[in-house]
Write a protein that binds this ligand. Structure first.
Ligand code: CP
Ligand code: NVA
Length: 311
């Protein structure tokens, strides 16, 4: 494994598969790993709020025998009180790894380059790779073979959408992304994912029609219409995105037993109806659960002794 976990795009197919396998093993045989990070400390830098990421990294570290130190937005004021690079040069003297949730993606890249310890991307405006690793772990649990699987993503072409595209490209799944005009995924990410997926069977359809996106889908995924940091656009977006709400009517256009997915937190009655979120085919809490296992696998790979994994 490379030093940092910043984007699924950076992983080789082999590394992606290995991480998926390790996450599965961590989940099925947790006792095997309970001291693998004994004595190790992870610092968690948060510039945005969190439930799942905060909890699963901290609980994951504790379950692996290590400890986690939480730094709230007001604590270090990274980028204003002290530059990203200087923060990295300090932290590497005290701890064994850094998880960071921040705005600008470049912050994570700069932090990684500034220090010798692993840096894990816990969400940026551009990507949310830990989420997509957990989501694909969840999909592999439900469908052993994702080569003929169609994942529809409707809503905002945001950080979650981008990381799902990178994961789909590795897994060889088909993806359809339906967004209002002007809210599609970043063209550079579309291009990189297409390159990653050239030989895996990955294919992407981009559309402004939510029905076309979900038509025949095996799973329908959505996320909030205004991400953290976009609160000022909430009202404007609510109007534009209304036709993209995932409700029973839209789910009916997907395959009959299609899964509903969401990274959470969900805004009931906005991007998803409560009826769909609470439905039998909703796997949102399986996704949330797998954040723990997927991230334990990432931390073991980056912070553990490789030899320990085969004991
Ligand atoms: N899905 C996710 O990352 O949740 P949090 O923002 O609560 O961490
Ligand atoms: N797109 C959302 C994901 C939250 C987990 C955001 O960035 O706020």
């Amino acid at each position: 494994m490379r030093k940092d976990f910043i984007s699924i795009h950076d992983l080789s197919l082999y590394e992606f598969t290995k991480l998926m396998d390790l996450a599965k093993e961590v989940k099925s045989k947790p006792d095997r790993f309970h001291k693998k990070l004994k004595g190790k400390i992870l610092t968690m830098i948060f510039q945005k709020p969190s439930l799942r990421t905060r909890m699963t990294f901290e609980v994951g570290m504790l379950q692996l025998g290590g400890e986690a130190v939480y730094l709230a937005p007001s604590d270090i004021q990274i980028g204003s009180r002290e530059g990203v690079t200087d923060v990295g040069k300090n932290l590497e003297r005290w701890v064994d790894g850094i998880m960071i949730r921040t705005f600008a993606h470049q912050n994570v890249i700069d932090l990684g380059a500034s220090c010798r310890i692993p840096v894990i991307n816990g969400l940026t405006d551009l990507l949310h790779p830990c989420q997509a690793m957990a989501d694909f772990q969840t999909l592999y649990e439900k469908n052993k073979n994702l080569k003929s699987f169609k994942l529809a993503y409707v809503g905002d072409g945001n950080n979650v959408c981008h990381s799902l595209m990178f994961a789909a490209a590795k897994a060889g799944a088909k993806m359809a992304v339906g967004t209002p005009p002007g809210y599609g995924p970043n063209p550079e990410i579309v291009k990189l994912a297409a390159e990653d997926g050239r030989e895996t069977g990955y294919a992407l359809t981009l559309t402004n029609d939510p029905v076309e996106a979900v038509s025949g889908a095996d799973a329908v995924y959505t996320d909030v219409w205004a991400s953290m940091g976009q609160e000022a656009e909430k009202e404007k977006r609510a109007k534009l995105f209304a036709p993209f709400q995932v409700n029973a009517g839209l789910m009916a256009k997907a395959k009959p037993e299609a899964f509903f997915m969401h990274c959470l937190p969900a805004h009931r009655g906005e991007e998803v109806s409560s009826e769909v979120l609470d439905s039998r085919n909703s796997i949102v809490y399986d996704q949330a659960e797998n954040r723990l296992h997927a991230q334990k696998a990432i931390m073991l790979s980056l912070m553990g002794e490789a030899k320990n994994h085969n004991e």
